[in-house]
Design a protein around this ligand. Structure first.
Ligand code: 13P
Length: 287
């Protein structure tokens, strides 16, 4: 069964750890993440971007796959199925398709419009018992063709959105999606601190988890981050393991071309990455 992310994030914020959101792209990704969460007894959030939803043939397919997999694999830890960087229309579609958590990313709208649209979705999600993530201050980098500038959010605007009753809030603090450039200035803890002071108990979300140094992750958690999104890092470890398999000529030996064999090293690599992150975020044993 899927659960809303509210309870797991409230506990994480109070307990000073973070729950990982790992983005899924297909069956292998989903299976690796769910099995790792179960093994480590960690709550987990499966993130689905609009692009990934389209790739997997639609949100209904994704919701059906994830729900069935939880049952077939006997997964008992809390799992939220979450739309990542949703548009207003995407949010409505995922609500209909049976997702348990929604992100509405209105950060590219003028703040008044972001507030109005987020407010409307707060009401819908509250009625249905779904968690809702809102965003203030675009996260930099490129994700599924969406390019953000990488800003530091205005703490007052964060408060205005938090006060609408969203479950969790993503705020730009100099973070970006994808690999960080060599000249990256690091996270703005000053901004994060100011946001947490104004938003109190609200679980804060750190996007762009790939490549953020461990000490910065820990400091961000100490300043109220309770959800950390990781996507690119799983893609990189999957690709590296698959490359190794092929470069070693294993696909040419015996039945090494069988997709179940060909994709196995990548699937194992994702498990290792997810484990490493769950340990770093402190969510192990918190299910
Ligand atoms: P990365 O791809 O940089 O890990 O970011 C993931 C993310 O923030 C998804 O919303």
């Amino acid at each position: 069964m899927l659960v809303s992310a509210k309870e797991m994030l409230t506990k994480a914020k109070a307990g000073h750890y973070a729950v990982g959101q790992f983005n899924i792209n297909n069956l292998e990704w989903t299976k690796s993440i769910l099995l790792t969460a179960q093994e480590l007894q960690s709550p987990v959030i499966l993130g689905v971007s609009e692009g990934a939803g389209k790739y997997m043939t639609g949100y209904k397919t994704v919701a059906a796959m994830v729900k069935a997999m939880i049952e077939e694999l006997n997964i008992t830890v809390p799992v939220a199925l979450h739309l990542d960087h949703g548009s207003y229309e995407g949010a409505k579609k995922c609500i209909e398709a049976g997702f348990s958590s929604i992100m509405f990313d209105g950060s590219h709208y003028p703040i008044e419009e972001n507030i109005a649209k987020t407010k409307e979705l707060v009401e819908t999600c509250n009625q249905l018992g779904l968690s809702l993530e809102a965003e203030v201050g675009a996260i930099g980098g490129e994700e599924d063709g969406v390019i953000g500038k990488g800003e530091c959010a205005d703490p007052q605007e964060c408060k205005a959105i938090a006060d609408l009753g969203v479950t969790m809030l993503a705020a730009g603090i100099g973070n970006i999606h994808g690999k960080y450039p060599d000249n990256w200035e690091g996270l703005s803890f000053e901004t994060l601190d100011a946001i947490q002071k104004l938003t109190g108990d609200m679980p804060l979300v750190l996007h762009g988890g790939t490549g953020i140094p461990e000490d910065m992750i820990k400091k961000a958690i100490s300043l109220g981050v309770a959800k950390i999104n990781v996507n690119t890092e799983c893609q990189l470890s999957f690709a590296a393991a698959t490359r190794k398999y092929i470069e070693e000529g294993k696909d040419l030996q015996g039945k090494g071309f069988d997709p179940r064999k060909l994709l196995a090293p990548g699937a194992e690599a994702i498990k290792a990455t997810v484990k490493e992150k769950m340990e770093l975020f402190g969510s192990v044993g918190k299910a």
